[in-house]
Ligand binder design. Structure first.
Ligand code: FAD
Ligand code: DHB
Length: 392
């Protein structure tokens, strides 16, 4: 098999890239180890920055998002038992779209399959080689047949545990990492959300987040131990703790819990995000703690920069944008890392908090919610900083 761009991984990064390339007339093949059903049911992130949803819409991929997604004009911060609204629309004239990552994935998969372009599920034994040649190759097994996909470029969109990043020779990448002493217990519940907009709560018992997927479906999170055993969290305990942290003990509409899971929190970046003709994007190159809702949006931003650079290469024979790919992406990534770290530090209880740290954290929240300048900065980052396309 021969293609221009071999895309490893059908998460938000790989799928969106396939559409951007298709629109630019660049040939690509997407391969994915999991089944279509698995990736379409994997519940993860839920917030699209305004520009992410705008681009989906402009590309004709936003019809269901516009019908079923929820436009939010702000968020609420809760601390000291009081709710404070941050009005993004008023502060920066933008908002966000609450629409589940697995719904975005469903829409992108359907559109790709409808176009008849190649998207192969349940491949195995994936390996990449020849990365520093002009014909890098992806090898894999599909339906029992060993396949060799010869490419001009490989896009490593295979997430944090993928094979692309480890295929880069030792010593090339520099890794920056931070782990946090807590995780999130997330649930999806058949329960009406108690608020029209998200609530991020800093409570003495720890962080909690109220989000949603529809007017009938709640998505809620509780700060927990990173190694938390779900057996310690029967449904009644989850609702009791959510009620306490989000609603002062009572009043949160409850309902059957459809899914539960624990996510560890980490910040991670590799530099550079490219080697030879392998370009990494999304979680394959960086992870943010979810508090700033940036994971899926960063994946989208990376592949927009990549698609534009590949377009310049094929259309005009220019490779300067490809050479600058990593540096351009990393400017946004580090700003998103900073914001995610800021939101995480602001909203969580740290196990070794001193009484001083706690008072300072509450003062941070008090300052933030009382200062238009500070709220504007939060709003500007949350709705998404403008795209940067080139080095300046
Ligand atoms: P992924 O979505 O990880 O996609 C990578 C794809 O590559 C996967 O489908 C995988 O199966 C496939 N793959 C892996 N190896 C191979 C291989 N060898 N060959 C072919 N395919 C391969 N972000 C938030 O903002 N808020 C949240 O609440 C949130 N919750 C999360 C919960 C969990 C459990 C996780 C893991 C992440 C969460 N994130 C959250 C982060 C967000 O979901 C990610 O940033 C986003 O999925 C990144 O997209 P991606 O396409 O780069 O990677
Ligand atoms: C959701 C997840 C987040 O990490 C976040 O900051 C906001 C919302 C969600 O899953 O809806």
């Amino acid at each position: 098999m021969r293609t221009q761009v071999g895309i490893v991984g059908a998460g938000p990064a790989g799928l969106f890239l396939s559409h951007l390339l298709q629109r630019a007339g660049i040939d690509c093949v997407v391969i994915e180890t999991r089944s279509r059903k698995y990736i379409e049911e994997r519940v993860r992130a839920g917030v699209l920055e305004q520009e992410s949803s705008d681009v989906l819409r402009q590309m004709g991929l936003g019809a269901r998002m516009d019908r079923e997604g929820l436009i939010h004009h702000g968020i609420n911060l809760r601390f000291n038992e009081r709710l404070h609204h941050i009005d993004f629309q008023d502060l920066v004239g933008k908002g966000v779209m609450v629409y589940g990552q697995h719904e975005v994935v469903k829409d992108l998969v359907q559109a790709r399959l409808d176009s008849g372009a190649p998207l192969l599920f349940e491949v195995s034994d994936v390996a990449v080689d020849g990365l520093d040649t002009k014909t890098p190759t992806v090898r894999f097994t599909h339906q029992g047949q060993a396949q060799e996909l010869v490419c001009d470029f490989i896009a490593g969109c295979d997430g944090f545990h993928g094979i692309c990043r480890p295929a880069i020779p030792e010593g090339v990448l520099k890794t920056y990492e931070r782990t946090y002493p807590f995780g999130w217990l997330g649930i999806l519940a058949q329960a009406q959300p108690a608020s029209e907009e998200l609530i991020y709560s800093n409570h003495d018992n720890g962080f909690a987040l109220l989000s949603m997927r529809s007017p009938e479906l709640g998505r809620l999170y509780l700060q927990c131990d990173p190694e938390e055993d779900l057996a310690n969290w029967p449904d009644a305990r989850i609702w009791e703790e959510l009620n306490l942290r989000l609603a002062g003990g009572k009043g949160l509409p409850e309902g059957p819990i459809l899914q539960k899971g624990v996510t560890q929190m980490r910040s991670f970046v590799v530099e550079p995000m490219q080697y030879g003709r392998l370009l990494l994007a999304g979680d394959a190159a960086h992870i943010v703690p979810p508090t700033g809702a940036k994971g899926m949006n960063l994946a989208f931003a990376d592949v927009r920069v990549m698609a534009r650079a590949l377009d310049a290469f094929y259309r005009d024979g220019r490779d300067d944008q490809l050479a600058a790919y990593s540096e351009v992406c990393l400017r946004r990534i580090w700003k998103a890392q900073r914001f995610s770290w800021f939101m995480t530090s602001l909203m969580h209880r740290f196990p070794d908090d001193s009484a001083f740290d706690r008072r300072r954290q509450l003062a941070d929240l008090d300052y933030l919610t009382g200062s238009r300048a500070a709220m504007t900065s939060l709003a500007e980052n949350y709705v998404g900083l403008p795209m940067e396309w080139a080095l300046s």
